[in-house]
Design a protein around this ligand. Structure first.
Ligand code: F3S
Length: 386
């Protein structure tokens, strides 16, 4: 792989051991995937930030690094809110280790905004090259924003953040972004059959790691977010297109006649909605947008929760909308920032959790050891307040 002179010097260790190791990661990745060169990135998002998922070895690795990121970089959700973790039910030992992770990341120059929706905090333009790690954020950046990122692992995203570059392969190359399979969604009229997280949950299993193009659907941005997050979880989708909706379908002509076709049926979607008793309700996977917080505030107006109801959002989004947070919390529901229903040990304490997310439906059983039930946002509010 071609390296510029300065990159060669980084690789030779002239700028310290950490940068050398980070360059080694990028060069190794580039060689595996046949990249010809490195390209500059405009931002990075680093996963593996919850102590629940990285444990003491991950923490030790982060603490061993000695460098600063070269581009704006944020973290994926950590295992607890940075303030109020005691009320959220986090024990002191976990909190101490989690704050050590945060401190190690801060020392690297990473902005301690811990979210899977970094696109709500910093404008990301069409065509920008990124190194983002969280799968739903990757799907959103590629598909909805038309930016370009591979589905990075935590270490490779951090390496790209510190070097400010990433190997030029995969989804950074326009030619690799063409659709590979057509997805047809059977029309439905009930809120359940139009649930985009549930549709994505089914679609992801059918398309696997191919790039799907949907035809004849018109989801809004929040629905695209839910669709992509679920497909990234049950499949390995890092980019999807929706004809006439997502930006690249308006820039490129994608012929679809010769592609495989799969259908998501209304019955398959409806079948996901089992009605079981749950101990807690959690929404905000991926983290809520302002519109989603507004919708929740409206749905919760005049109601009181009867079981724990957690609503996850980016710190910056919650801080910019204190009235919505107040309106939601008057019901007893809690808006929780910095963490999420999957990466926080708090959620491991429930035997059953209701979610409104096709991604959380896939991850909660394995990551929290809990039974997961999916519902619409309205159904989640009804269950949390009945
Ligand atoms: Fe975000 Fe956690 Fe879901 S990282 S996409 S809220 S599993």
């Amino acid at each position: 792989m071609y390296l510029e002179k300065d990159d060669e010097r980084v690789l030779a260790g002239e700028f310290g051991e950490t940068r050398q190791k980070m360059m080694e990661i990028l060069v190794a990745l580039g060689r595996v995937y046949g990249a010809e060169r490195l390209i500059p990135i405009t931002s990075a998002q680093v996963s593996g930030a919850s102590y629940k998922t990285i444990g003491r070895w991950g923490l030790a690795w982060l603490q061993s690094l000695d460098a600063r990121v070269a581009v704006p970089t944020v973290l994926n959700p950590i295992g607890m809110p940075q303030e109020g973790w005691q009320e959220f039910g986090i024990d002191e030992e976990f909190a101490r280790h989690q704050m050590e992770v945060v401190q190690a990341c801060r020392r690297l120059g990473i902005k301690i905004e811990c979210t899977c929706t970094p696109y709500y905090l910093r404008i990301t333009e069409y065509g920008e090259h990124l190194a983002w790690a969280e799968s739903s954020a990757v799907a959103y950046a590629n598909s909805v924003l038309g930016a370009r990122t591979n589905r990075e692992g935590g270490p490779s995203a951090l390496a790209a953040a510190i070097i400010g570059k990433t190997p030029y392969y995969g989804l950074h190359i326009v030619e690799n972004r063409r659709p590979q399979v057509v997805v047809e969604v059977e029309g439905g009229t009930s809120p359940r059959s139009d649930h985009w997280g549930a549709i994505g949950h089914i679609a992801g299993k059918k398309v696997g790691n191919r790039i799907p193009i949907f035809t004849d659907i018109r989801p809004n941005r929040d629905q695209l977010k839910a669709l992509g997050a679920a497909m990234a979880a049950t499949g390995a989708v890092a980019l999807f297109h929706v004809d006439k909706i997502t930006p690249e379908t308006r820039v490129f002509n994608f012929p679809t006649d010769d592609l495989d076709r799969v259908t998501v049926s209304r019955d398959e979607v409806e079948a996901l909605f089992a009605e079981t008793e749950v101990e807690a309700v959690a929404v905000g996977c991926p983290h809520c947008s302002v519109d989603e917080l507004r919708d929740l505030a409206e749905l919760l107006r005049g109601k009181t929760t009867t079981k724990p109801f957690y609503i996850f959002a980016a710190r910056g989004v919650a801080a910019a909308n204190p009235d919505l947070v107040d309106a939601i919390e008057r019901s007893g529901a809690r808006v929780i920032t910095d963490t999420c229903m999957v990466v926080s040990p708090r959620m491991d304490e429930f035997a059953s959790i209701m979610v409104d997310s096709g991604k959380a439906l896939a991850y909660v059983p394995g990551m929290c050891g809990a039974l997961a039930r999916i519902g619409t946002r309205k159904e989640c509010v009804e269950v949390a307040t009945s």
